[in-house]
Design a protein around this ligand. Structure first.
Ligand code: PLP
Length: 387
């Protein structure tokens, strides 16, 4: 009974994983989920306080403004200025979102005519592709290969494809590969987008989850970037606020306006108390974030060292809370993940869920409490250590 376009996108990757996990749990198995990227660490206290205070003010109980409260948009602009030295006009270049997923998913609706294309990273966050299909567009996968540091080879995209394409999705630091991009890469992408009349949609959800002194850039730091594209940022990963649903799109004003116009027809903004909390997050102390990133760093090192001892050759990512690993022995990721799940009760994500190029990979996430992560690593070491 469902529409054809729904059949074309298939089930959301994590819905399938959830079902498998539930089936094992029903058999009494203590499953540890290293599959999904969702911070286990609590939202910092001052942000929760800001929400509680604002929620008691009846003025927050009414419909919010569509594009975001002025205070929130100004806080976003001030944060971009301080973090990236990028100047934004809070009126025309900042749009509040119900999480960055919401904005990314709606962007193709706002920009594509039927049959027009988007260039989507493969492997990549599945929403870019699904959203394109839902908007009756054509997603064209652009391979991210290990030998190119998981950066797309834009020059290899055929001209006929480029002539029909409208949006180029990019995402660095990257989910799922954990790859990072330099400002030089963004500069090349801007020139490329100009040449082909593409809108760049850069997903910068992981800019604050970085290690060893590395500070990921904003795409908007590239010269001319605000003329060709927008950047999506999220409070989800940065401030451990995945459940709160607040994110932002910033940059090119006509794209922001188009997305905003679409959204006025679909939703009615974000609870004002959540926006007040978002403002507190962006303008308040940043020390709690550094503490949280330090926890991920320690976990990253533990995972990398344990897996390396098994001979699995994990990279040591500079950013994100993911380890993107080639399945040992040249196996398919889905077979390997199934084997790990059956023999250890540990869920890891088969890379195929992120695109065809993920076929031989799996993804592990570092967002599981330390004791559970240690338990998962112990089980994996015990079972696979002797092979
Ligand atoms: N973009 C990427 C690359 C992600 O991995 C995620 C979440 O996992 C999101 C966007 C969505 O984040 P949110 O909607 O919570 O802001």
């Amino acid at each position: 009974m469902e529409a054809d376009r729904l059949a074309r996108i298939g089930a959301y990757l994590f819905a399938d994983l959830d079902r498998k996990q539930e089936a094992l749990q029903a058999r009494g198995i203590d499953v540890i989920n290293l599959g999904i990227g969702d911070p286990d660490l609590p939202t910092p206290e001052h942000i929760i306080e800001a929400l509680a205070r604002a929620a008691r003010d009846p003025r927050t109980h009414r419909y919010p403004s569509y594009g975001g409260e002025r205070d929130f948009r100004e806080a976003v602009a001030a944060w971009y200025q301080q973090r990236f030295t990028v100047r934004l006009d809070p009126q025309t270049e900042v749009l509040a979102l119900i999480g960055s997923k919401e904005g990314l998913a709606h962007l193709p609706w706002a920009l594509l005519n039927p049959g027009e294309g988007t260039l989507v990273p493969d492997p990549g966050y599945p929403v870019y592709r699904a959203a394109t299909i839902l908007a009756d567009g054509e997603p064209v996968p652009v391979p991210l290969l290990a030998q190119r540091g998981f950066l797309p080879d834009l020059g290899a995209v055929p001209p006929e494809t480029l002539q029909r394409a409208r949006i180029l999705f990019l995402n660095y630091p990257n989910n799922p590969t954990a790859a990072t991009a330099s400002l030089g890469f963004f500069q090349e992408a801007v020139e490329f987008a100009r040449r082909w009349g593409l809108v760049i949609a850069h997903d910068n959800s992981y800019s604050e989850i970085a290690y060893d002194g590395y500070r990921p850039p904003s795409f908007l730091q590239a010269d001319g970037a605000r003329d060709v594209g927008v950047e999506f940022h999220s409070l989800s990963k940065t401030f451990c606020m995945t459940g709160w649903r607040i994110g932002v799109a910033v940059g090119r004003a006509d794209v922001i306006a188009a997305l905003g116009r679409l959204k006025t027809n679909l939703d009615s903004g974000i609870f004002r108390a959540v926006q007040a909390a978002g403002t507190a997050a962006l303008t308040g102390p940043q020390e709690p974030l550094r503490e949280r990133v330090e926890i991920y760093r320690r976990r990253r090192d533990r995972v990398v060292e344990t897996l390396a001892r098994l001979g699995w050759r994990p990279p040591r990512p500079q950013a994100t809370f993911y380890i993107w690993l080639e399945a040992p022995g040249g196996r398919r990721g889905v077979d390997f993940a199934g084997d790990v799940l059956e023999r250890t009760g540990v869920v890891i994500t088969p890379g195929r869920g992120y695109g065809a190029q993920g076929e031989r990979y799996v993804r592990l996430s570092l967002t599981t409490p330390d004791d559970r992560l240690d338990e998962a690593l112990d089980r994996i070491s015990r079972v696979f250590g002797g092979e």
